[in-house]
Design a protein around this ligand. Sequence first.
Ligand code: NCD
Length: 326
Amino acid sequence: MPTTSTNPHLPFGENKNAEWYGKDILSVKQFTRTDLEYVFGVAHEMRGMVERVGTFDLLKGKILANLFYEPSTRTSSSFTAAMERLGGSVIPISEVKYSSVSKGESLPDTIRTLECYADVIVLRHPETGSAAIAAKAAKKPIINAGDGVGEHPTQALLDAFTIMEELGRLDNLTVTMLGDLKYGRTVHSLARLLSQFSNIKLNYVSPDILKMPKEVMEEVGAKGVPQAEFSSLEKVLPETDILYVTRVQKERFEDPADYETVKGAYVIDPEIMKAAKQEMAVMHPLPRVGEISTDFDDDPRAAYFRQMEYGLYVRMALLAMVLGKA
Ligand code: NCD
């Protein structure tokens, strides 16, 4: 949410009339197709700048609080890298056990604290809806970096940017999502986001107990997107343009015995991929725990490492946008 200052010199230099200035990023539902094109345009420019000059001063003097209540490698370090490549700095709180959270401090109080010191807060939390609770407590922008099994909007934005950079289009695609579609928040966000584009077909391949949640399917269905569920990949792999593989989310199972029945259900390897098109991409939000064989990593269709890099540019774009610099 926007902060107002009576002193015209503070805070300096941001465009408060910019559309995304001061906004929270909580869900992909906030992004229209035009917004997405804008984000991708800015991300593309960020890529060019990083390639040409590495680091520059667009967000000099700005501070990001990176608050992670759940483990993270890519999301937290790419937000840190994004802020630092833009000349800003970061308060990292990834070991909440060393913060006042371990003394029983509530999420709203922790957020109110951090916004005294930071201009924007990135939050990952195990509970669905936590980012919205944080945003209610905060005057500064909150960016949802994963709220339990809910959403992971910045991941979906970088996933869509990856599809654009890899295949050159977001329309006319058959996207097959594979693995843990029940607990995987990245696929919940990505399915919603892709439903904005034309001629999209979504295939969901999962074990029976890990199917895509009904509410996501209803939302996507309401946009007129055909969706089909399968338990095996065989039938849909040949028509697939994007194969989006996910990890079985062990930490979210109520009964560990259920995890044992589905772990290792699907493994992508060079042999299986013989049935896929040559012009397609295999994506994964990572970390992988065996769903994609390392033998496939050198295949040109393996896009998951490039996908991580694209995440940096998208997060640079989002930080610049909510801080009124894009
Ligand atoms: C994902 C997440 O945290 O939801 N990771 C990520 O942000 N790249 C996927 C996962 O943990 O499996």
